[in-house]
Design a protein around this ligand. Structure first.
Ligand code: SF4
Length: 278
């Protein structure tokens, strides 16, 4: 099998930074998963004794709490600081930015619209900074039944597909007097998305490696599927079904921003064994 990696894939700046913070704080605990990759979280737990809690109220005075890459809700962060806990903020700066914009625009009287997944921790966090509430949408279709004030601020989840964000902006701009569109999609997302598009066009089969709960991995998979119908989202080499490679010659690989290199290498080693047929 001919194997080719996308030009850009895998760990982004924000995830590398968060992992370094965790490795430097042995015995600390993260509030919620540090990143969306359970295998890397298990490694941090095993090698650095970094714990994980889903309830921030379990932290006690003197504990060290690491705020996850996707950020947390504003009031919860304030509570942690108040309660005598040593708080280390591993929120990615590209996530802090939309939090700040949301607060600023909301205080300035704009209706805030967030393009993203309401159930995702990043969006729960960003939304909590809207002092007058914010509406979260996933498509133009949802906007059609909504009414807004004349002044709108539009913000995107960092990992969203740029074309979908532009469709939302294009819908709003002719309908409202003032629409401020903030480009909050992060560069790592752009680069990985562009690269997966390119490689999917020339591959017979595509493997997109990353956590099933990783939003940016799911977007990579969607983009890949547009150009290569034999695209598969896998978490690691154990998810591979070797029948996918029957009659195929070229396999392209990409990985989400929270997929560690050791998992990518394990996948490559597994498919390297498949013979290349002319
Ligand atoms: S994908 Fe972008 S926003 Fe998310 S952690 Fe990585 S650098 Fe930060």
């Amino acid at each position: 099998m001919k194997i080719e990696l996308a030009e850009n894939y895998g760990f982004c700046f924000g995830v590398k930074r968060a992992i370094k913070i965790a490795e430097e704080n042995e015995n600390a605990s993260t509030y919620g998963p540090l990143i969306h990759n359970s295998k890397e979280i298990n490694r941090l737990s095993k090698d650095f004794k970094v714990g994980l809690t889903e309830n921030y109220k379990t932290f006690k005075v003197g504990d060290t709490a690491i705020v996850r890459t996707h950020g947390i809700v504003k009031d919860e962060l304030a509570d942690l600081h108040k309660d005598g806990i040593n708080v280390i903020d591993a929120t990615c700066p590209y996530v802090t930015k939309p939090q700040e914009i949301t607060q600023e625009m909301s205080e300035a009287g704009y209706d805030v619209i967030i393009f993203g997944d309401e159930t995702h921790p990043e969006i729960k966090g960003v939304k909590s900074y809207a002092t007058n509430g914010a509406r979260v949408v996933t498509s133009v279709h949802e906007l059609k039944s909504m009414k807004f004030k004349d002044s709108i601020a539009l913000i995107a989840q960092t990992t969203r597909k740029v074309e979908d964000y532009m469709a939302i902006a294009n819908y709003l701009i002719p309908r409202y007097k003032e629409v401020r569109v903030f480009n909050t999609i992060c560069n790592a997302t752009f680069e990985n998305q562009d690269a997966v598009r390119k490689i999917a066009q020339k591959s017979d089969v595509m493997l997109i490696i990353g956590g099933k709960n990783s939003s940016n991995t799911k977007e990579l998979f969607n983009i890949s599927s547009d150009d290569c119908k034999d695209s598969y989202h896998i978490e690691d080499e154990n998810d591979i079904d070797y029948s996918w490679f029957n009659e195929k010659k070229a396999c392209g690989i990409s990985a989400g921003a929270s997929t560690p290199d050791w998992i990518i290498q394990n996948v490559i080693h597994s498919i390297e064994k498949i013979p290349y047929k002319l």
